[in-house]
Ligand binder design. Structure first.
Ligand code: SF4
Length: 316
């Protein structure tokens, strides 16, 4: 058993309020989908009654990566594309601390693409949220890997030439995939349920969140979800579909434990699948594997050996 379980027991002593998870006023634009993700995360932290200082949020660079500034937890605003290696380091060094990783589409799928694929395979125990607005927005509209074909941006003034990347099928093609879900910022009840489900999964919970960006991509996702075809994946052990959501799209029975069925769903884009696409509860996490190593030295011995190794490179 990792120390994280005993930490959660300690945290159950006192009920925290929502404002204990709030920090400075967000600087995102009016109507930006990032506001909804922040609020959903705060609600999930309160529901699970976690000590704010015992949660770590890690991000890369981009509009959505400002989220750790606005969430009252221990925060690490990292460098572009490198949020996942930082999260892996935190999980290995302090496995008792829950980690939330927040990235954007350019951050995760392009600059951090290498780290993304290997983090799926490592299966660290962390919630990984990618807020996908289909563009680099912080730097004022350059094409990202998920920008729709033909979109005019500052780097593609005549329109993008390539078909967009499908992150869902990419994840389902990786070894050791543990949890994959998709939701959207204009479906707040579904967003809450999805993050809650991801939070309660032991392993890397990868969630793609389709995110409104009314400033640079007002037409994306059928004008911010108004005319965007979706299908809700339904399973009694999946992400609940609120009765009001049924007006927004059809539902489809789906067995998220069946990898072949999940791979079929992951390649479909029209309508976009919403819900839990795949879950495997039986995979060991990378922390489990590393901490159970029988030849692992105790912390003091480890630090002593690390010092000795670093001293070998001392310049005198
Ligand atoms: S530019 Fe787009 S993604 Fe960035 S804060 Fe504004 S609405 Fe949000």
């Amino acid at each position: 058993m990792l120390a994280e379980e005993s930490l959660l027991e300690v945290c159950a002593i006192e009920q925290h309020s929502l404002d204990e998870y709030e920090s400075e006023m967000p600087r995102w634009c009016k109507g930006c989908g990032d506001h909804g993700v922040l609020a959903a995360l705060q609600r999930v932290l309160r529901k699970n009654n976690l000590e704010p200082e015992n949660v770590v949020s890690v991000s890369g660079i981009g509009c959505s990566s400002r989220l750790p500034h606005y969430l009252n937890t221990y925060g690490f605003h990292g460098i572009h594309g490198r949020a996942l290696p930082i999260s892996t380091g935190v999980r290995l060094a302090r496995p008792e601390l829950p980690v939330i990783t927040i990235m954007g589409d350019g951050d995760c799928f392009s600059i951090g693409g290498n780290h993304w694929l290997h983090a799926i395979r490592y299966n660290i125990n962390a919630v990984v949220l990618v807020l996908d607005n289909e563009v680099y927005a912080l730097t004022k509209m350059q094409a990202s890997p998920t920008t729709p074909d033909g979109t005019k941006t500052n780097t593609t003034p005549h329109g993008t030439y390539l078909q967009p990347l499908n992150p869902l099928s990419a994840v389902m093609g990786m070894t050791n995939v543990s949890f994959l879900a998709q939701t959207a910022t204009w479906l707040p009840a579904h967003l809450d349920e999805t993050i809650e489900k991801a939070w309660n999964h032991h392993g890397l919970s990868f969630v793609r969140i389709l995110q409104r960006c009314p400033v640079f991509m007002p037409k994306a996702f059928g004008e911010g979800g108004l005319n965007f075809p979706v299908v809700f994946l339904e399973n009694e052990d999946g992400i609940p579909v609120h009765p009001l959501l049924r007006k927004r799209g059809e539902t489809q029975a789906h067995d998220h434990r069946d990898i072949n069925e999940a791979q079929r769903v992951a390649v479909s884009v029209d309508p976009a699948p919403m819900g839990l696409i795949y879950q495997n509860r039986d995979l060991p996490t990378y922390e489990d594997i590393r901490w159970q190593r029988k030849d692992r030295p105790d912390r003091a011995t480890f630090l002593e050996r690390l010092d000795a190794a670093v001293d070998r490179y001392t310049v005198t």
